[in-house]
Design a protein around this ligand. Structure first.
Ligand code: 4NP
Length: 177
């Protein structure tokens, strides 16, 4: 894999320029961080008029929560900031996500390792980045910390990172789409 990544990172080129650009957000449980990133980026993309040009999905490298809605604390943080968390249902990552996505954005380095372990061949990893490599205020290898074991402040902190990073992603998508 091409580490260390450029920072701030560039989104990979589209696989099929005529199809919507597809982004997969990946965390561990797919009930906190990656669905928060999915919901916020989806809304920002819609506001930017790119709703039909970009598709954002999310999944987790663990399968414990498949089919479940978002963690209630993640949902509460999103709702408090005007986002709708209600449609999310957790999904499990497998190698097919690497083939079906233009960009795969991992929330932390453990997610990155699990993604790498699932790849059938190294070229599938060209499209994988750390989510916060797009955060203009973060260090090159910064992660989105797992808020699962902490209190509500952790979810607000994650949301602030997600807001900043998705703003930077929208800027790139506006240039690209
Ligand atoms: P997430 O948080 O990866 O941000 O969705 C977690 C959710 C559940 C668990 C771990 C992390 N869990 O161990 O069940």
């Amino acid at each position: 894999m091409n580490e260390p990544h450029l920072h701030p990172a560039e989104l990979p080129p589209p696989r099929q320029p005529e199809s919507p650009y597809t982004i997969a957000m990946v965390c561990l449980g797919n009930i906190c961080r990656s669905p928060m990133a999915q919901v916020v980026l989806t809304e920002k993309v819609r506001r930017a008029g790119l709703g039909s040009a970009v598709e954002i999905r999310s999944c987790g490298t663990g399968d414990w929560h498949v089919g479940e809605p978002m963690d209630h604390r993640a949902a509460a943080a999103l709702s408090a900031h005007g986002y709708d968390p209600s449609l999310h249902r957790a999904a499990h990552f497998d190698a097919s996500w690497l083939d079906a996505s233009d960009a795969v954005l991992a929330m932390d380095r453990a997610n990155l390792r699990d993604i790498r372990a699932a790849a059938a061949n190294p070229s599938q990893l060209d499209r994988v980045r750390l989510f916060r490599n797009f955060d203009p205020e973060a260090a090159a290898d910064a992660e989105v910390p797992d808020p699962w074991y902490g209190g509500p402040d952790g979810f607000e902190e994650v949301l602030a990172m997600v807001e900043r990073t998705t703003d930077a992603l929208v800027e790139q998508l506006q240039r690209r789409c």
